[in-house]
Structure formats: structure tokens, C-alpha cells
Design a protein around this ligand. Structure first.
Ligand SMILES: Nc1ncnc2c1ncn2[C@@H]1O[C@H](COP(=O)(O)OP(=O)(O)OP(=O)(O)O)[C@@H](O)[C@H]1O
Ligand SMILES: [Mg+2]
Length: 395
């Protein structure tokens, strides 16, 4: 049986020790490491369990035993079915008992000997385990739109996705992380006075009232927060800030929709990808975007994302035969992955951008586009799971 592990330890040597010990074990790997063992760890753990419901955890208590036990307790409350191996230098009964009471299933005394580690893995393998129920948490879902190329429609799809969720009474935040474009505000006709810059400055005292008081509320009902319009303030929002902010968002809102632009190198974007429940990789039918999608998918899989979390969207999808455009079969063959959905082209898209309102705000103008888009949202949120996508049907 394959073993997937999450490792919580602020000590680099401990994390390395786990990795080293796994080297000669087939089918065992670390899928996430948490150097920051603090109160909100359970959020990241829950998100990773959505991707790896079978995962077990190594939890190092050595650097801060009291704080660590509290964090472990919260993690176990959030994920009671996850198997946890706690570890510390102290091997006395009291220490072991405290770890067990916090929810540990097993305990390893440090320094950990190779044979002891192997025995712990054997016990873990034989322990009856129920997979953590995916999607069972009450935390908000993060839907991230990532463009495989510029101009494929990433912003348009993110904006309208947030619009439909808000129309469905989901508490939704649209987060624009495309720092150089800031196009979400443009597409919504908004000129936000407060931006991620202010979010960063106010993180320590951020609560829902403060947040909603200073960010923009779209008439459809979702909140918009994005980069400052001037390009030189980028440095004021770091990846640790994003982590704290995203924790706030997924605790307080049903859905967070992110326009990630197309950067895979920006540290905040990477943080966003890591906090995502679903990543929509947006392509069109032109060969450069398909080729880039191939590179993006490979990189994302290397970063630990599972294929079912990465959904390929073909925007402006047409079942046309032209040497200049890839067919659905070609796309799926090149990407070695099913296309999740195809959004049809419509002149109404540009029209609605020019009017600075999402096309989903006006259901009558382009009913076909509207219907297709809503079916996409249904499938993405699991409303009509079994319905085949128009794009997939076209094959
Ligand atoms: N389904 C569609 N049908 C017709 N036109 C579309 C469609 N989707 C997007 N477009 C058009 O494509 C253009 C680019 O859209 P958008 O700005 O959303 O793309 P993007 O990938 O976010 O671009 P950028 O790389 O600049 O961030 C817009 O003019 C928009 O009107
Ligand atoms: Mg864009």
C-alpha cells in the first residue's frame, strides 16, 4: 500500500530525517512539509488531506512541546481520522501520554533510530485507517484560475465564476493576484481604494468587519481584493502574509476565487496554488498555449498536485477543423489528460468587458454562453458531477 506522509517540524534535520528514512522504502513519500508549526496548521493539513486523504502525519514536538501539543490537538480535532506519529526527545510516560491525549496514534523517541522508524512505518501500514473524508471540512474552497498563456481568458473566467457563486448566495471573495494587470477591477468597473497592500498592513487586526469595510463589494455580492494600481508596491505583500490572509479567507468565506495570471514563479502565486482546492488551467486551441499547458501541468505535478485537482479549461472552444487550431483530441493527447470543460466563444464577452460588468450579470443577452458557463460552475462545484462537458461530448 502506498504511504503518503505530512511532516510537521520546524527543525530541518527532522524533516530531512523522515525523507532520508523513506528513501529505500518503495511506495512511501512525503507530500507536504510544514516548517511553520503554529495554530493555523490544521487549515493547511485539511487542504492537503483533500488531495491526499490517506496521508498520515509525523509531528515533531521537540522545538516547542507545549505549543506543539496544542497545535496537534487542533489538527486532530479537524482531522480525527488521520494517523499521527508524534515525536520528541522525552520518552517518559508522562510525555508519551500527553502526546496520546493530544491525539497521537504512535510515538517515536528522538534521536530516531532507523529501525525504530521502520517499525513505526510498519505499524502505520497495519493500522486500520479511514481516509479523511474529502470535502467534509467546513472550510471555504479555493478555486484558482491560471492561464497557460496571456490573453486566453483567465481573468474573464475568474470574474464570472465569482459572479455565479455570489448569485448562488455563496459568500465569495475574488482575489486578483495578477499584480501587473489588475484586470479584475477593470472588468468589474471598480476602482478599489484599498488593496492587498492595506490587507498586508492590517493583517494582525484583520477581522471580517474590517475586511468587508475596506474592500470593494461588487453589485453581484462578492468581495474583490487585488493589487494596488501602481506597480511599485508589490513588495509589501509577501508569501507569509498571503498564508495568513488565505487562512482568514477560507475560515470566513465559502469560496475564494483567484485570478493567478500566468506566473508559476511568483512566491505569492505559488502560495495561492498550494492553498487551492482546484486549479483551472486555462488554455485556448492555439498550439503555443497547449504547449505551455504541458509544461505547466508537469511543473504542477512536480509540486505535488494530483491530476484530479488540475482541471484543463479550453476557452473559446470550437469544434472546428482548422490546421491552426488543436482539436479536443489533440489537446487531450498532448496533455495526457481529459479536458474538464470547453467554454464557447461569444462576442458578448468583449461586449460585457467594455461595459465593465460580468456577462453572467445579464443572463438574457447571451443565453447560450450563460448556460454553458453555469454548467461549468455546476461541474466545478460538484452540483452536477456526472454531466458530461460540452467539450468532452464533442469528442
Ligand atoms: N469565451 C470567450 N469568447 C470571446 N472572447 C473571449 C472569451 N473569453 C475571453 N475573451 C476575450 O479575450 C480577451 C482576453 O481576456 P482576459 O483578459 O480575460 O484574458 P487573460 O488570460 O486574463 O489575459 P491577460 O494575459 O492579459 O491577463 C478579452 O478581450 C475577452 O473579451
Ligand atoms: Mg488576466
Amino acid at each position: 500500500m502506498a504511504i503518503t506522509l505530512l511532516v510537521a517540524s520546524s527543525d530541518e534535520h527532522f524533516r530531512e530525517l523522515v525523507r532520508d528514512n523513506l528513501l529505500n522504502m518503495q511506495n512511501a513519500k512525503v507530500v507536504a512539509e510544514y516548517p511553520d508549526v503554529s495554530g493555523n496548521l490544521y487549515i493547511r493539513v485539511l487542504q492537503d488531506l483533500e488531495r491526499h486523504p490517506e496521508a498520515a502525519m509525523f509531528f515533531d514536538l521537540a522545538s516547542d512541546p507545549d505549543g506543539g501539543l496544542k497545535t496537534l490537538e487542533r489538527v486532530k480535532q479537524a482531522a480525527p481520522d488521520m494517523y499521527v506519529v508524534a515525536s520528541n526527545y522525552a520518552g517518559d510516560g508522562e510525555s508519551v501520554l500527553a502526546a496520546v491525549r493530544a491525539g497521537a496514534n504512535d510515538y517515536l523517541v528522538q534521536p530516531v533510530k532507523r529501525i525504530e522508524f521502520r517499525d513505526a512505518i510498519t505499524r502505520l501500514e497495519h493500522a486500520p485507517r479511514r481516509a479523511a473524508a474529502a470535502g467534509a471540512s467546513k472550510l471555504g474552497k479555493v478555486f484558482t484560475f491560471l492561464g497557460a498563456k496571456g490573453g486566453v481568458g483567465t481573468t474573464t473566467l475568474a470574474v464570472n465564476f465569482a459572479g455565479v457563486l455570489a448569485q448562488r448566495k455563496q459568500r465569495t471573495v475574488l482575489l486578483d493576484l495578477d499584480w501587473s494587470a489588475n484586470d479584475c477591477a477593470m472588468q468589474l468597473g471598480a476602482a478599489p481604494q484599498y488593496t492587498l497592500h492595506e490587507v498586508g498592513e492590517n493583517l494582525t487586526r484583520l477581522d471580517q468587519a474590517l475586511f468587508e469595510g475596506f474592500v470593494t463589494r461588487d453589485p453581484l455580492g462578492f468581495f474583490l481584493v487585488g493589487p494596488p494600481d501602481s506597480l511599485d508596491q508589490r513588495a509589501y505583500f509577501s508569501e507569509p502574509m498571503f498564508r495568513e490572509f488565505s487562512t482568514f479567507l477560507i475560515e470566513k468565506y465559502d469560496s475564494v476565487v483567484i485570478d493567478a495570471g500566468r506566473s508559476l514563479t511568483d512566491e505569492v502565486t505559488l502560495g495561492a496554488l498550494h492553498s487551492s482546492s482546484t486549479i483551472f488551467l486555462v488554455v485556448d486551441q492555439q498550439f503555443p498555449s497547449i504547449r505551455n499547458a504541458q509544461r505547466y501541468l508537469a511543473a504542477l505535478v512536480r509540486l505535488g498536485f494530483s491530476q484530479d485537482q488540475l482541471k484543463v479549461l479550453v476557452n473559446r472552444y470550437q469544434k472546428r477543423g482548422s490546421p491552426d487550431y488543436a482539436t479536443l483530441e489533440q489537446i487531450q493527447q498532448t496533455l495526457n489528460q481529459k479536458v474538464f470543460y470547453g467554454i464557447p466563444p461569444s462576442p458578448h464577452v468583449l461586449n460585457s468587458i467594455n461595459r465593465a460588468r460580468p456577462f453572467v450579470a445579464d443572463r438574457q443577452s447571451a443565453p447560450e454562453l450563460d448556460r454553458a458557463f453555469r454548467t461549468f460552475v455546476d461541474r466545478a462545484t460538484g452540483v452536477k458531477k456526472d454531466e458530461a462537458a460540452p467539450a468532452a461530448k464533442a469528442s
